[in-house]
Design a protein around this ligand. Structure first.
Ligand code: UDX
Length: 438
């Protein structure tokens, strides 16, 4: 059993700290955000993450998991410190590492014994070396430490299962000692033969970016194939199904849509391109994936405007889905943001509904109408647009939708509605890469 501190209690830090406790370690999750820590100490979870509360409760009850704002004390009492703070997009697409470096300074000042410093946050390639230098130069004792890059591969909305049952664990290490200790930290996974890939620090950092950027590239690829399907009268669902049957391609991340969002793909692809440009090795494929993604979001707006004969002024649009994907309350970089922006910018009005994302979207668009259910949003709207593939939208009663809308016009950016039903009911509709096929 290892004594661990996880610094940062956001999507990554809180899930990781809870998961590490579930693996039998003694974990304290710390944060400078006193409100967040107070909520956690009061058995409230500050983020929407299915299944997280049960795992938190289980480990708090067993005394393996606690929350504190006393970061220094936690560091002093721990053998392994995980850095799980935010690395938001900064200037020219580079990640903002202010919080990460601040934690490194704190660790240096509280290095009262040998410790392992483990970065879980997604940091640009080469950051590990900077963290090591900061600690070496700022430490107040001669105590030694080792460094590990241990990137996360957590999908929002599936983060708990992704942590407890990962496809692989990546450890970029500076010593064998670090490998031994981290293997013990992840002991339950080690026993059930989850691949634990041990390498050097830059390689581990690269694995994270290469993985995320590839997934983003795959999405931009299928989105462009979908757009071409529209021009040639092909059905992108069938194309994706047949492609995915090839084991080398896999069916995952081949769902066309309004463009990827979230706190990772947009940020990580830009950070990787920024790093590659600085080193004069520009990754043009990822650069293009970003461009394609931006275009895809604008393409969805054009589709809606075309359905309304480019006459949006004074029209009311029901926007169903605000979060960047289903099963999360996170709206960061959601395709719904550009959609709402352009509707409002052209004199339109928005009635929005999302099962989880409305509180976060209100911080961006406080003045649009937020409805308690999809029916209220659709009631008397001139058109509807589905932006997020929530299950309740997959089962929309289209007869009811038609009755509630002023006119039967709907844009399905997630291809979740039955085209045959839309046609039978006389809807004017569009989607992504399928409309021309009956
Ligand atoms: C992603 C990575 O999947 C995860 O491994 C990494 O640790 C963090 O970033 P996340 O951003 O939470 O996770 O969500 P993900 O499920 O990957 O979806 C990202 C975006 O791509 C969403 O906007 C989603 O709607 C979109 N997407 C995903 C598609 O448009 N098509 C797909 O087939 C899959």
């Amino acid at each position: 059993m290892n004594k661990i501190t996880v610094v940062g209690t956001g999507y990554v830090g809180l899930v990781s700290g809870t998961g590490l406790a579930d693996f039998g370690n003694q974990v304290v999750c710390v944060d400078i955000d006193t409100e967040k820590i107070a909520l956690l100490q009061n058995d409230e979870i500050p983020i929407f993450e299915p299944g997280l509360k049960e795992v938190v409760d289980r480990n708090v009850a067993h005394g393996r998991l606690s929350f504190s704002t006393n970061i220094e004390k936690a560091i002093q009492e721990s053998e392994v410190i995980f850095i799980g703070v935010g690395t938001p997009e900064g200037e020219n697409g580079e990640a903002d590492l202010t919080a990460v470096f601040a934690v490194a300074e704190l660790i240096a000042k509280n290095l009262n014994d040998y410790k392992i410093v483990c970065t879980k946050s997604t940091v640009p390639i080469g950051t590990g070396e900077k963290i090591i230098n900061i600690i070496e130069q700022s430490k107040k004792t001669n105590n030694t430490f080792d460094y590990v890059s241990n990137p996360e591969f957590l999908r929002e909305g599936a983060a708990v299962q992704d942590f407890l049952k990962p496809d692989r664990v990546v450890l970029g290490v500076t010593s064998e000692q670090a490998v031994k200790i981290l293997r013990d930290v992840y002991r339950p996974l080690y026993i059930n033969e989850t691949p634990i890939i041990t390498t050097n620090v830059p390689t581990a950092e690269m694995i994270k970016y290469a993985s995320n950027a590839f997934l983003a590239l795959k999405i931009s690829y299928i989105n462009e194939i979908a757009n071409l399907c529209e021009a040639v009268g092909a059905d992108v669902h069938t194309v994706a199904k047949a492609m995915g049957s090839d084991g080398r391609i896999s069916p995952k991340f081949l769902h066309p849509g309004p463009g990827f969002g979230g706190s990772c793909f947009p940020k990580d692809t830009k950070a990787l391109v920024a790093t590659s440009k600085k080193l004069n090795e520009t990754i043009r494929t990822v650069e293009k994936a970003i461009e394609v993604n931006n275009n895809q979001k604008s393409r969805m707006v054009n589709k809606l405007f075309n359905l309304l004969d480019n006459d949006i002024d004074g029209k009311t649009i029901a926007v169903l889905g605000l979060s960047f994907k289903h099963m999360t309350d996170d709206v960061r970089e959601s395709a719904a943001i550009e959609m709402i922006e352009k509707i409002l910018g052209n004199g339109g009005n928005v009635k929005a509904y999302d099962p989880e994302g409305m509180a976060n979207m209100k911080k961006i668009f406080p003045d649009i109408i937020y409805c308690n259910d999809w029916e209220s949003a659709v009631q008397s709207a001139d058109a509807g647009v589905i932006m997020t593939e929530w299950h309740e939208f997959r089962g929309l009663d289209l007869v009811k939708v038609k009755d509630l809308l002023k006119s039967p016009i709907i844009l399905d950016t997630r291809n979740i509605l039955s085209m045959s039903k839309l046609i039978d009911l006389g809807f004017t509709f569009d989607n992504v890469g399928r409309k021309s096929v009956l």
